[in-house]
Design a protein around this ligand. Structure first.
Ligand code: PGA
Length: 254
């Protein structure tokens, strides 16, 4: 049984005050939430503050990035064991914004996946096609290439207790969400692909959808059997909207 997983990706947003207020507002309502895993990924500099503000709340913390090295002369980088040290459970990797702006390749992302598994953190592996690739009918091919970068080098067992976030690049931050029934087809395709290697791993893997998720499209998204969760960007910065998305997940998936 897969528990719905709702993760808020704050990206490069927030300050001390926003961290405190947003978390305070989320925590007010978390007692009403059952059966879901809820997480937030504030900017790395605020993770410790967020952990303090969460004060034993069930909300889990994620980082938005990790380095491939564990220590050494890598100015500006943060390692997996440092993240673990400050109470982080999940790490978003392969986000299209890092693929584009930081030129992260499938190989680098596979290395990040591997180091997270080694240290005992849970990767949230983002995959998805660009508008051009979609227009060319290459969505499945792109998703498989991004999954294969890990599958072919680390084996299907590496996907045990991990998360895949399908995020069509063209839908991120644009207000243009993919049609939920289309997302379902793609998620089923991804699960079936993993199923061919290992049924148990395919059945437990959490497949999130990300890309302009709001309180308005969450209901239809969570009505799809293979949409196990959502990775929410912009809408996760408003406590009320994020809580509505969580509530919808709880109701639709219970
Ligand atoms: P969005 O971002 O919800 O603002 O589209 C999603 C993401 O990038 O994870």
């Amino acid at each position: 049984m897969r528990r719905p997983f709702i993760m808020g990706n704050w990206k490069l947003n927030g300050n001390k005050d926003i961290v405190n207020k947003l978390i305070f507002n989320l925590c007010q309502k978390m007692n009403d939430i059952t059966g879901c895993v809820v997480g937030i990924a504030p900017p790395v500099i605020y993770l410790e503050r967020a952990r303090e503000a969460l004060n034993n709340s069930p909300i889990v913390l994620a980082a938005q990035n990790v380095d491939v090295h564990l220590s050494g002369a890598f100015t500006g980088d943060i390692s997996a064991n440092m993240l673990k040290d400050v109470g982080i459970r999940y790490v978003i990797i392969g986000h299209s914004e890092r693929r584009v702006w930081h030129k992260e390749t499938d190989e680098i992302i596979a290395q990040k996946f591997s180091i997270l598994k080694k240290i005992g953190l849970i990767p949230i592996l983002c995959i998805g096609e660009t508008a051009k690739e979609k227009a060319e009918g290459r969505t499945k091919e792109i998703c498989i290439r991004q999954i294969d970068a890990i599958l072919c080098s680390q084996g299907v067992d590496a996907f045990y207790n991990t998360v895949i976030a399908y995020e069509p690049v063209w839908s991120i931050g644009t207000g243009k969400s993919e049609v939920p029934t289309q997302v379902q087809i793609l998620h089923k395709f991804i699960r079936d692909y993993i199923m061919k290697k290992d049924k148990e791993i395919a059945n437990q893997i959490i497949i999130q959808y990300g890309g302009s998720v709001t309180n308005e499209n969450a209901e239809e998204l969570f009505s799809q059997p293979d949409i196990d969760g959502v990775l929410v960007g912009g809408a996760s910065l408003q406590a009320k909207v994020f809580l509505e998305i969580i509530t919808i997940a709880m109701e639709k998936k219970s």
